[in-house]
Design a binder for this molecule. Structure first.
Ligand SMILES: [Zn+2]
Length: 311
């Protein structure tokens, strides 16, 4: 009853403000919302799209929807005169720049002090950008093998003003990208449409999985942060992906706005810590074991299907 009344009030309020139906649904938490976040900023050249060309293509796809993404940069990929200007283009277009550590190491096997220094080394490189924000995304979404390792890093982050740049929708675009590049190596003229179709289906499947799970665990819709990578696949198909979300009725939101969702203040007390934040909250709740696999996403869940499709 309470819930019905709330929805009704939001409806009235939205009508009074002259908001469209889509905005009204979004305010009520019924319309699904998603922000784009990209990791790594890997800039090797490929036959399909040079590093600069795919950087431009990804930026243009976002501009096409007036959408601001979050770019989680691993410093080692861009720390030279040739590549740093490509990051600057993101800053100039108003996208959030954030920390993905300098060396992109696996925290679970790392020495704490070295890892902490690696985060600060990356910050020293990225703080020249006006849209740099203190959000840290753990490489491989691995936030600590033990409670001690997890909590020590959480304390370090608090001390340095960092928030966790959580992902809510985890996925394996990086693996589809890897397969696509392998194909291009052997057949430069290959038809890439089947890779696009697989990619869109894969992201849609994972997005609906995490969205349904969020609604079960939290009882509401959230502002999602989708994990993608700065890669050839997105240079080719990010525009198609954004159009797909809109066609399906989802609302695209800016990444910085998404991180204002109170969801992102949560710090699940699970070990190993990490994965999608929705995955972690579901794990912590302790009653969704049947739908939680570990890791949440990986190539092993896509390989057989891609093999069967000849991709
Ligand atoms: Zn990464």
């Amino acid at each position: 009853m309470k819930r019905r009344q709330f929805t009704k009030n939001v409806g009235l309020c939205a009508a009074a403000l002259g908001m469209g139906r889509a905005s009204a649904l979004a305010s009520a938490g019924k319309q699904s919302e998603v922000a784009v976040t990209l990791d790594d900023f890997v800039l090797f050249d490929t036959p399909a799209l040079s590093a600069a060309a795919r950087n431009r293509a990804i930026l243009d796809a976002l501009d096409g929807h007036k959408l601001k993404a979050a770019m989680f940069v691993a410093g080692k990929n861009v720390d030279n005169e040739k590549n740093l200007p490509l990051v600057r283009l993101w800053d100039e277009r108003g996208h959030m720049i954030a920390n993905h550590t300098y060396s992109h190491k696996f925290y679970h096997n790392a020495d704490f002090q070295e890892y902490a220094q690696d985060i600060l080394r990356n910050e020293a490189l990225l703080k020249q950008f006006s849209h740099f924000r203190k959000f840290l995304r753990f490489p491989f979404l691995k936030e600590g093998k033990t409670a001690e390792q997890r909590d020590r890093m959480r304390a370090f982050m608090r001390e340095h003003g960092y928030r966790n740049g959580h992902v809510t929708i985890d996925a394996s675009d990086w693996y589809v990208d890897q397969r696509l590049r392998e194909r291009l190596k052997t057949s430069p003229q290959a038809d890439l449409a089947p890779y696009r179709d697989y990619y869109l289906d894969h992201i849609w499947e994972r997005a609906t999985f995490y969205d349904d799970l969020a609604r079960k665990v939290l009882g509401r819709g959230v502002k999602h942060t989708l994990l993608l990578h700065h890669n050839v696949l997105n240079g080719l198909f990010l525009g198609d992906l954004l159009r797909m979300f809109k066609r399906k009725g989802w609302k695209l939101v800016d990444a910085e706005k998404a991180y204002t969702d109170p969801l992102f203040n949560s710090a699940p007390q699970i070990v190993p810590a990490g994965e999608s934040l929705i995955w972690a909250l579901a794990k912590e709740a302790g009653k969704y074991e049947k739908v939680l696999r570990y890791p949440g996403e990986d190539s092993e869940f896509e390989k057989a299907r891609m093999d069967a499709l000849g991709l």
